[in-house]
Write a protein that binds this ligand. Structure first.
Ligand code: RP5
Length: 161
């Protein structure tokens, strides 16, 4: 069955972060797949994934990686499908290494780079939803409702608890 979004990550250890993107897609009813695709450890898998992504019907790819985070950029080099990059928070450098590895793409091959860590992963899911909602009115309504619910959940005044 074709899915709209591919969530890929460099390692099993990235899943704790990337599942935040999956959770958003679940909430909004967007079909997706999840794969471990490492730019360094499984370069042939990366190559095949990027080469076949468009023909398989993927519309957006969310790619998370940490450290020398080359996965999002390499994927953007292999497919015209929009790639949303998630810098995974690392222990050694707190994810600044991941961010810099993902955000500084050369002209011609963009990666839409999110914030470091779980907020970035969740926002990647929302960014994917926004892209898909351009041509899917039912999804657009669900996304509007999701945003309204978030706004409504924010209290007007702070409390001590
Ligand atoms: C990157 O190296 C992965 O994206 C991960 O964030 C990081 C560490 O990987 P593991 O050593 O935990 O497998 O390729």
């Amino acid at each position: 069955m074709p899915v709209d979004v591919g969530i890929i990550m460099g390692s099993q250890s990235d899943w704790a972060t990337m599942k935040e993107a999956a959770a958003i897609l679940d909430e909004l009813g967007i079909p997706y797949e999840t794969k471990i695709v490492s730019a360094h450890r499984t370069p042939d898998r990366l190559w095949t994934y990027g080469k076949t992504a468009a023909d398989r019907g993927l519309k957006v790819i969310i790619a998370g990686a940490g450290g020398a985070a080359h996965l999002p950029g390499m994927m953007a080099s292999k497919t015209r499908i929009p790639v949303i990059g998630v810098p995974v928070q690392t222990r050694a450098l707190s994810g600044v290494d991941s961010l810099y590895s993902i955000v500084q793409m050369p002209k011609g091959f963009p990666v839409a780079t999110m914030a470091i860590g779980t907020a970035g992963a969740a926002n990647a899911g929302l960014m994917a939803a926004g892209i898909l909602a351009i041509t899917d009115a039912a999804l657009a309504a669900r996304l509007d409702a999701w945003r309204d619910a978030l706004s409504a959940s924010i209290p007007e005044e702070p409390t001590d608890d």
